[in-house]
Design a protein around this ligand. Sequence first.
Ligand SMILES: [Zn+2]
Ligand SMILES: [Zn+2]
Length: 336
Amino acid sequence: MALQATASRESVRAAAEREPEGEGEAPRRPAAFYSSVFAQIEEVGWERLMSSKGDGGVSCLVFRVLDDQGRNHLLEITLPMNYPSIPPSLVAVYPAGLAMLLSHFSCHQWNGNARYAIYLDVPYLPKLQWSKGSRLKDVVCQFQEHLKILQDYWSIMDDIDKVLWVVDPTKPTFAMSHRRIALGDDCYLLLHVNARKPRSLPECRFLGTDGKLDRLITNWRKYRKKWSADKKFHENLSTVLDFALPPPPSVNIEDDEQVDCGICYAKHLPIDDELGTHSGGTTDYTCENPSCSRAFHSVCLRDWLRAITTTRQSFDVLFGNCPYCSDPVAVKITDR
Ligand SMILES: [Zn+2]
Ligand SMILES: [Zn+2]
């Protein structure tokens, strides 16, 4: 099938060559800046560039980085005016976060805004090693190394989410290191796992009024030295509390039928005439990669794909990658 190319390289270059539109535009940088950044993007790979914006389209770049488990991570790199003398700033964004970033926020508003923590992708970022000769590929490499280090932390969080009765957060991102665990009888355990030392004793707070909490708190104080880096997290927890932790309740089938969209995080689309037959609809697209199987509203996926520079269009179909696993996805544009 002949693809109607909207190559990212061309679109970024076109943005860079465009004349500034007025006083509101950011100051232009020297031409050498743009050619240098193009060469640096080339080194990382144009196919990994998800979006670019800012002055000349290159002051804020989002790259896709896959980790060893095949999970997709999005790294937003902002280039300051004095780049490369001044190092770039980094934000790792969760896929749903990028959808928001592309639609509602400028890079400036996004950076350092803690309110959007639910859209962050890593619990902490690496300290960037930067010198004048450093390039974008060095940033991506350091981030990739960082993802390797975080695998152990993520496998521990996975273990908690699978084995324990987690009531909050219900949709944890890779960045969230706290979990509220139900202990039964309206008692809860608020866990905070140290992402830098995930195998160490977590921070723990007990919530509730039931009498059994006194016993658990006493056990925690008495046995916490038994916490061992070699044991599974949930085994450690039951040993230290001397308590059989309740498993997660079996999944409610009705709830399971209507899953949340991986982009807008809602089950139902809003009721809106502009959405045509999709108004109020549930998710109608599922990623075909069996180890991902994320569900989406095709409308959300379409908007997401439109915002991404690597998306290709052929006739009325958009071809791109799943925001979570990067496997190929395709949605119709004209579908109403
Ligand atoms: Zn959606
Ligand atoms: Zn997927």
